[in-house]
Design a protein around this ligand. Structure first.
Ligand code: SAM
Length: 461
């Protein structure tokens, strides 16, 4: 780890890259399809013919995973039955033990940056976990040990529970090149990096390879710090999450401002209630008599009844909107527009709730082929992202890339060139100039410039 801090790094420079010690694909609501066990691709995948519990997109991927999967596959009866109920975390743990076994038997080579000793050195925070979580871990440990079919003499329950703790506070979410969450993995060297809510490094993934890059100029001996969490949340929310999941209180340059006037105002913008007077930009705090919320700028009170009438309607319409999303996009569009209307009565236009609703509206507009509507939403989302994320954040790059594509489709070539340039400037730092994503944007940018030149004089902005 010391090696990580030694050399001077420039913005965008690779600090370290590492393959996972163990990794598994993930299925979730956003991406429910099965994925290749090795590279996480979901195209042209076939189930392993022996256990039918894992999938591969090519012979090459199957071959690369074979040394580990061979052992999983052998216990096929149990594994096939248990694979489905096993959560990704449990699967990671099963793979961790298989890998350790193969390493001990010298079947799997151990290298300086890739060996079980590095896993042993990871923090587990087990002494900080509450009793309920410990009990849950112990139950999961039992399941894992039966999946492994180890003789009782080889099972150390305490160690399994401890390894659950290690996976919980050290594993990384793996994104694909579209920034979709596709897997989870343990990268022991990268895991030695501490957290900051104002990080100077960022980890991206090239398939299963994790690549950590400097997000700013880093003089020699600067501590490399990365972010474990969603950076757009308020200080209070970030601290709560870090305490619960990672068992520490963050004291980074953003967190030390907790409770200061600027921090209270920022929390109110992203998560709190807002003054309803159109010419006032004050935030509301609960009044001392608990009867309502008072604007901190103009003093106007919104009583609890008014707030709860809006929140109740909001809950009702939001539920309806999310149900209609899966069967009637037009109905969902109407419902989410009403959600947005109601949210604007309560929250600041830059709030996280409104940002999420606009993300839904963006997707709906695109599904309905309403590109002008999509453009309106994506531009407003970018405005919010640029407030809450550091300017190099890949989410800003992804949104600017999409915005540029929409602008191109609509013939707004000046806007398209501007958005694609912004996207390029983000991804050249986070992903490097040679990554497939950055190259895709470069060619889109060239196309936009060529179209702009060809239509010079008849351009829309
Ligand atoms: C992924 S590990 C990071 C490496 C760890 N510090 C070590 O020495 O192995 C995550 C754990 O490190 C500690 N940690 C990470 N960032 C921290 C920070 N900014 N302040 C205090 N503790 C931190 C917490 O215990 C957290 O659960």
């Amino acid at each position: 780890m010391e090696e990580l801090h030694k050399a001077l790094k420039d913005q965008g420079e690779v600090i370290i890259s590492q393959s996972p010690y163990v990794a598994v694909p993930i299925k979730d609501e956003e991406s429910p399809e099965s994925k290749c066990e090795w590279c996480f691709s979901s195209s042209s995948i076939k189930a392993c013919s022996a256990c039918r519990a894992v999938w591969y997109c090519s012979r090459e991927c199957q071959r690369s995973d074979w040394m580990l999967h061979r052992v999983e596959c052998k216990a096929s009866k149990i594994v096939t039955e248990m694979m489905k109920p096993l959560t990704p975390v449990m699967r990671l743990l099963v793979k961790l033990y298989i890998r350790r076994k193969l390493e001990n038997e010298k079947i799997f080579p151990a290298t300086a940056t890739d060996n079980y000793k590095l896993v042993e050195a990871l923090v587990s925070n087990i002494s900080e976990l509450d009793v309920e979580l410990l009990l849950l871990s112990a139950q999961m440990a039992k399941l894992v040990s039966s999946a492994l079919q180890l003789p009782d003499s080889e099972i150390n329950m305490k160690e399994i529970v401890e390894n659950f703790g290690k996976i919980s506070c050290n594993s990384h979410s793996i994104d694909n090149s579209d920034l979709k969450f596709v897997g989870t993995g343990l990268y022991p060297v990268i895991s030695f990096t501490n957290h900051s809510c104002a990080p100077n490094s960022f980890v991206v993934f090239e398939g299963r390879l994790a690549v950590m890059r400097a997000m700013q100029h880093m003089p020699k001996d600067t501590e490399v710090l990365t972010s474990y969490i969603e950076l757009s949340d308020s200080t209070m929310t970030r601290q709560k999450f870090l305490k619960e999941k990672y068992c520490f209180t963050c004291s980074c340059s953003r967190c030390i401002k907790l409770g200061q006037p600027d921090d209270i105002r920022e929390t109110a913008i992203v998560e709190g209630y807002w003054c309803k007077k159109s010419d006032c930009d004050g935030f509301l705090l609960c009044g001392s008599d608990n009867k309502g919320f008072v604007c901190q700028k103009c003093g106007l009170v919104r009583d609890n009844k008014e707030i709860s009438t809006i929140t109740n309607e909001l809950k009702c319409i939001s539920d309806k909107a999310s149900i209609s999303l899966s069967f009637d996009t037009t109905e969902a569009s109407v419902a989410y527009k009403r959600v947005e209307e109601l949210e604007l009565k309560l929250y600041h236009p830059f709030s996280i709730s409104i940002m999420r609703t606009r993300a839904k509206l963006l997707k709906i507009s695109m599904d309905l082929d309403d590109m002008e509507g999509a453009l309106l939403n994506i531009r407003s989302i970018i405005q919010i992202y640029e407030r809450v994320y550091p300017k190099w954040h890949p989410l800003i790059g992804a949104r600017c890339y999409l915005c540029g594509q929409i602008e191109m489709e609509l013939g707004y070539m000046v806007g398209a060139i501007e958005s694609l340039t912004k996207a390029y400037n983000v991804f050249r730092i986070t992903h490097g100039t040679n990554s497939p994503l950055t190259m895709k944007i470069t060619s889109k940018l060239a196309e936009a410039r060529a179209k702009a030149l060809a239509s010079f004089g008849r351009m829309k902005i």
